[in-house]
Ligand binder design. Structure first.
Ligand SMILES: [Mg+2]
Length: 108
């Protein structure tokens, strides 16, 4: 405990700021903001468990479902936020597919 009381919030804030500065130097703004939506959607689905056991074939089917949802959101004139969230779902499935494919090929 420091002179001004519990300063762990301060350390946490400094860490958060330097993470943000690092990201801003190394990633494009659109990549940062889109990845935040991806993370938000992943966090909402944390209770479903991870994707460690998903097969590549299952993820290919999910990709088609999520792709259809993006098309539906855009064609129906959904809000910017809703389209962004549907795009993040699609990107998350791509990320999972990439990870699982790597595992599959790495295991050969
Ligand atoms: Mg979706």
């Amino acid at each position: 405990m420091g002179f001004f009381g519990d300063e762990s919030w301060y350390d946490e804030e400094i860490r958060r700021q330097s993470d943000r500065e690092y990201k801003e130097k190394s990633l494009r703004k659109s990549v940062i903001s889109f990845s935040e939506v991806m993370e938000e959607k992943l966090a909402e689905n944390d209770s479903k468990g991870g994707w460690d056991t998903c097969t590549v074939d299952f993820l290919l089917l999910k990709l088609q479902e999520e792709y259809a949802e993006v098309i539906e959101a855009v064609r129906s004139g959904s809000t910017i936020k809703d389209v962004s969230r549907e795009c993040a779902d699609l990107a998350n499935i791509c990320m999972m597919l990439s990870e699982q494919y790597k595992k599959l090929k790495g295991a050969e």
